[in-house]
Design a protein around this ligand. Structure first.
Ligand code: PEP
Ligand code: MG
Length: 580
């Protein structure tokens, strides 16, 4: 029976393939009903997992015995006893037959029941047994699920990755050549996994809550990421239907790619600049190939995934690669934005209650001046080799930008003394992604050369909605009228002070928002390559006047729902093929 699950569309596209579950350090118990004809297969899986688990324990035991650690060997003897206890195994087999539930579900229930009844008894021996029971239970379930978490970097055939969540380092080490799509239990549209998926042009559905518990390794799966839909064990009819849609999708992509070298101009001849967002340097060719006019956001976090900090030379080489690839087009390198959902190995010592409101981005850099100075030096040095801009994330007050600039000036002096070349006129800008910066953009413009609006964070901080939480995802909506008002205010302040302005949050790369943002006055968009062509098509098919009229109409509406409905229906009418 096909199982359909819904989530948030994080990166568009349609893929059909086999599931590969990657649990990291988490185990989620899959719970599904089976058919009578599947009973034998289910019991065979159980026997095989029992055998495998016994073998593993015997192997561990003999190693320990060789080392004469008898106490430990005894622990594993009792693990074996639990495993061989006919009461548990027989009960599991019976339940599979009678209740037609999968073996992992049944085993989990038996083990929880036993643990609960043992826990009620005050007996040290039984308390020990509880630990044995839950250890062996985990080992058995892992074997049933054929979990081999370590193999994500060694993926050697095409697969659809199901995971509770994916950390930036998981995505970085993954053998992406074989990744057809991602499906994660957690996350929202602007979580790191989603951004990474878009950057790599891998279709993704996030925030499915239950994906990993509904699927089995090797199941055939359809991922309709454009609609946030996943079908596990689809019927032949569904496979056929989606194969057709997949090939239509690829045809549209091919047609759109003809836009790459055409100008990004509206019908009334206004130029709209399209820049790229880069997460990993390997994306630069993809972005260039889509005709981007430079890089509006080069996230530098990828360099800080390991425990070992990148030194100046390593950073210099990585940045130079991208800068030279785009020269003479601009590359905006953003200094480290650590914290929030971008927490890396060496940062665990700073566990915080509210990481998004804590020592993140520029705040972290100010606390770790050596790290900050090293990065600024590398960026300044690289400015000699192309058109480089430097950008600071999460600026909240003017003091922060003043202080950051004074550090840049000190380092410029050092470089001058050391006779190391750099661009003395390097443009220094800030992300506008905190409400205080947006409201105060008028004043902040005095201290910087450009603004880039980060709506991913701006929406989260303005609406007090965690951007990665699937449970409050319904509130995370850039079409909330307060967001639109603040976006308009930023444009007004930028225009008044002649501060160059771009927008680099995820909405800049989503066709739904293109006309609206142009109507609000945005003229420079920075985005991942995924939908660059679609966005250019929209730009080339509309006039600024009609975009302004649309924005005006939306401002008359009160609720987010009404705004969304009106915007979607307008876009659907104008671009029926893009907004199906
Ligand atoms: C943003 O907040 O919109 C942004 C572009 O930055 P990031 O997603 O890296 O926080
Ligand atoms: Mg941000």
């Amino acid at each position: 029976m096909p199982i359909t699950i819904k989530g948030t569309s994080a990166s568009p596209g349609i893929k059909i393939g086999k599931a590969h579950i990657y649990m990291g350090s988490n185990i989620v118990i899959p719970k599904y009903k089976i058919n009578k004809k599947d009973i034998d297969n289910e019991l065979k899986r159980f026997e095989a997992a029992l055998e495998k688990t016994k073998k593993e324990i015997n192997a561990i035991q003999s190693q320990i015995s060789d080392n004469l650690s008898k106490d430990m060997a005894n622990i594993f003897s009792s693990h074996l006893m639990v495993l061989e206890d006919p009461m548990i195994a027989d009960q599991a087999r019976e339940k599979v037959k009678d209740e037609l539930r999968n073996i992992e579900w049944v085993l989990n229930d038996i083990s929880v029941e036993l643990i609960n009844s043992f826990s009620a008894i005050e007996d040290e021996y039984l308390k020990e047994k509880i630990i044995d029971l839950s250890d062996i239970h985990k080992r058995l379930i892992n074997n049933l699920l054929m979990n081999d978490s370590s193999d994500i970097s060694r993926l050697d055939k095409e697969a659809i990755i199901f995971a509770p969540d994916l950390t930036p380092s998981d995505t970085a080490i993954m053998n992406k050549k074989y990744v057809l799509a991602f499906v994660t239990d957690k996350g929202g549209r602007t979580s790191h996994t989603a951004i990474m998926a878009r950057a790599l042009e891998i279709p993704a559905v996030v925030g499915t809550f239950t994906g990993t518990s509904k699927v089995r390794n090797g199941d055939t799966v359809i991922v309709d990421a454009s609609h946030g839909k996943v079908i596990i064990q689809p019927s032949e009819k569904e496979i056929e239907y989606y194969k057709k849609i997949e090939s239509e999708y690829l045809n549209v992509e091919k047609l759109l790619s003809e836009l790459t070298h055409l100008p990004s101009k509206t019908l009334d001849d206004s130029e709209i600049v399209i820049l790229g967002n880069i997460e990993l340097p390997e994306e630069m060719e993809l972005i260039k190939g889509h005709g981007a006019q430079g890089i509006g956001l080069f996230r530098s976090e990828f360099l800080f995934l390991d425990k070992k900090l990148p030194d100046e030379e390593r950073q210099f080489v990585e940045y130079k690669n991208v800068v030279e690839c785009f020269n003479p087009k601009p590359v905006t390198i953003r200094t480290l934005d650590i914290g929030g959902d971008k927490i890396y190995a060496y940062r665990t010592q700073y566990t915080e209650r509210n990481p998004f409101l804590g020592c993140r981005a520029i705040r972290f850099c100010m606390e770790n001046l050596d790290l900050f100075r090293t990065q600024i030096r590398a960026i300044l040095r690289v400015s000699h080799y192309g058109n480089v801009k430097m950008m600071f994330p999460m600026i909240t007050t003017s003091e922060e930008i003043i202080k950051a600039r004074s550090i840049v000036d000190e380092i410029k002096n050092d470089l001058r003394n050391e006779k190391i070349p750099f661009d003395n006129n390097i443009q220094i800008g800030i992300m506008i992604e905190v409400p205080s910066a947006a409201l105060n953009s008028d004043q902040l413009s005095k201290y910087c050369d450009f603004f880039s609006v980060g709506t991913n964070d701006l929406v989260q901080y303005l609406l007090a909605v965690d951007r990665i939480s699937e449970s409050v995802a319904y509130l995370y909506n850039p079409l909330n009228i307060t967001v639109l008002r603040i976006l308009k205010l930023i444009v007004e302040n930028a225009v008044k002070n002649s501060t160059p302005l771009s927008i680099c949050g995820e909405i800049a790369g989503e066709p739904l928002y293109t006309m609206l943002l142009m109507g609000l006055g945005y003229r420079t968009f920075s985005m991942s390559s995924t939908l660059m062509h679609q966005i250019k098509r929209i730009i080339r098919s509309v006039s600024i006047k009609e975009c302004e009229e649309l924005a005006e109409d939306l401002f008359k509406l009160e609720t987010t729902e009404a705004i969304e409905k009106k915007l979607l229906s307008t876009m659907k009418k104008k671009f029926p093929k893009t907004f199906v």
